[in-house]
Design a protein around this ligand. Structure first.
Ligand code: PAF
Length: 282
């Protein structure tokens, strides 16, 4: 049985009834197979699972898609039931921020101003603030986040470590369409032509990973990824394509690394990333 609650008081009552290890999956709704994978990972690793569904206004810029972001609660509940969630917390904005926008926010530090933070100022302040608030409200042992939003996952991990938040942050691999497109709630904005152009992102990552497997160095990996991005269907505007270490620190020269890409396809911003391994330097 999945219990739906809308207020913090109802959540506190439902949370008090949960036993064993508790996992949380935080979402903004519009659930797809990627979220379902998160839920199933939580189901497997925790005794009880809470899902939060909240389109957080703090993490949207003034010209972003807060108003048109898909809100599909009935369908989302169906996914939560199917995946065996115990509690779904779907608060209103007024319930989450009763005094209006919070004056105190979490500062994501320098990493929050890089990559996504460069194009979306204030984005990670909004994300980390709501994530910390939801962690306080749900008090989970485990919190599951998709690797698709790799910078978010990294910053949530950092926040938990730096601020001694008593939760284990678990990263869950990205789910892809058979042609490579990473699942995202924003894919539903894409026209068929834009969807074709969106494949440039995963093609770039694939080419970068293949170049790394073939023993190319960081420069060669980036060159292969750029070439594949450019060879895709027209319509994707590259924002960044970077190679970092697994913690998003700059410049790996060898060993485990992360290749990250962001691009605009029409008015839709898409991101993707992949783990790669660079050959040891000879
Ligand atoms: O990844 C998301 O859907 C959101 O950024 C999150 C973590 C639910 C916070 O609003």
């Amino acid at each position: 049985m999945t219990e739906l609650v809308h207020t913090r008081a109802e959540l506190a009552a439902a949370r008090a009834g949960l036993t064993g290890t508790v996992g949380v999956v935080m979402t903004m709704g519009a659930l797809h197979a990627g979220h379902e994978t998160l839920l199933r990972a939580a189901r497997k690793q925790a005794d009880q699972v809470i899902v939060t569904i909240f389109v957080n206004p703090l993490q949207f810029g003034p010209n972003e898609d807060f108003d048109r972001y898909p809100r599909t609660l009935d369908a989302d509940l169906e996914v939560c039931r199917r995946a065996g969630a115990d509690v779904v917390f779907a608060p209103s904005v007024a319930e989450m921020y009763p005094d209006g926008q919070p004056r105190v926010r979490i500062d994501p530090g320098p990493l929050g101003a890089d990559l996504e933070g460069q194009s979306r100022p204030g984005f990670f302040h909004g994300v980390l603030t709501v994530v910390l608030k939801l962690l306080q409200l749900t008090r989970p042992d485990l919190a599951f986040f998709g690797e698709k939003d790799y910078q978010q996952l990294t910053l949530v991990r950092r926040m938990a470590r730096d601020l001694d938040v008593p939760v284990e942050v678990v990263g869950v691999p990205t789910v892809r369409e058979p042609d490579g497109l990473a699942l995202s709630s924003r894919n539903r904005y894409l026209s068929p032509v834009e969807r074709e152009a969106a494949l440039s992102l995963s093609a770039a990552l694939r080419a970068g990973a293949e170049a790394a497997d073939a023993g190319r160095d960081a420069g060669g990996v980036l060159a292969a990824a750029h070439a594949a991005f450019g060879a895709g269907a027209p319509g994707a505007q590259l924002d960044y394509l970077v190679l970092t270490d697994p913690d998003l620190e700059p410049g790996p020269v060898a060993g485990p690394a992360r290749l990250l890409v962001a691009a605009w396809v029409g008015t839709t911003r898409l991101i993707d990333n992949a783990a790669i391994r660079l050959a040891p330097r000879s």
